[in-house]
Design a protein around this ligand. Structure first.
Ligand code: B12
Length: 211
């Protein structure tokens, strides 16, 4: 669809105001929020990621694109998450220590909220103790961890280990995600599950918590 292509292009150019306007227009035209997300915002961000990998663009360009992504997400958020659904359980999420990437984690949080879970978002650069202490204090039954760097994904293992040390394995389940993470890695570090995207994350979390 033309407007979604324009949204993706504007995101790549880092035109945050234009992205917000186009997302609002697309929603106003009756395009489902999920399509605006996938074919507009995420399609644009995928191109940015590829161009960054090939060194065709540089960090400031990626930052501008990320800002545009958030401008679009702000408009989209109320349409992705339906309000007033009774809580299906408490979840702690965050991006692991040393890692500042939070767009994917935020999307997962939005979708989980929309599915009726109470989400405590610890943000990015989250220490293992913060994940585990918060879950214990708040009586959360699941920790969701995000990592986008091969150097930080290993921190997920520390969280799983800390839960074990505190006798919380089984009581507090774990799910991991982020571009470098996969199901084999999740198994290797002893996490309960893995999901490749936000929609799958909701399905897996429901299954894990029997919700
Ligand atoms: C945007 C971006 C940035 C932005 C982040 C802004 C922000 N607020 O998040 C900025 C500019 C800050 C940045 C910085 C850096 N980045 Co960067 N960045 C990206 C980029 C282009 C897009 C990431 C993104 O947001 N994708 C869109 C979201 C929606 O996708 P996602 O995160 O994968 O999330 C989905 C799934 O993975 C899953 N998911 C995610 N989290 C979770 C959690 C759970 C629990 C579950 C179940 C599922 C799940 O669901 C999400 C939704 O569908 C990627 C390229 C890429 N292909 O990933 C590089 C990339 C991740 N960055 C990279 C690098 C190298 C860096 C820097 C080290 C660069 C530098 N030299 O300084 C720094 C590191 C800073 C730090 N300490 O974290 C590399 C990593 C390479 C590697 N193998 O480790 C990548 C892959 C680029 C590349 N091809 O080289 N980056």
């Amino acid at each position: 669809m033309e407007i979604l292509k324009r949204t993706a292009d504007a995101l790549q150019q880092g035109e945050h105001q234009q992205v917000a306007t186009l997302v609002a227009e697309a929603l106003g035209a009756g395009i489902p929020a999920g399509d605006v997300l996938q074919q507009g915002l995420l399609a644009g961000m995928n191109v940015v990621g590829e161009q960054f990998r090939l060194r065709e663009i540089f960090l400031p360009d990626v930052l501008m694109a990320a800002k545009a992504m958030y401008a679009g997400l702000d408009v989209l958020k109320p349409h992705l998450a339906s309000e007033g659904v009774p809580s299906r359980g408490k979840i702690v999420i965050g991006t692991v220590k040393g890692d500042l990437h939070d767009i994917g984690k935020n999307l997962v949080g939005i979708m989980l909220k929309g599915a009726g879970f109470e989400v405590i978002d610890l943000g990015h650069d989250v220490a293992p103790e913060a994940f585990v202490d918060t879950a214990a204090r708040e009586g959360a039954t699941l920790i969701g961890m995000s990592a986008l760097l091969t150097t930080t994904m290993t921190r997920m293992r520390d969280v799983v280990q800390l839960l074990r040390e505190r006798g919380l394995s089984g009581k507090v389940r774990t799910i991991v995600g982020g571009a470098p993470v996969n199901a084999d890695f999740a198994r290797e570090i002893g996490a309960d599950d893995y999901a490749c995207d936000a929609a799958t994350a909701v399905d897996r979390v429901k299954a894990l918590l029997g919700a």
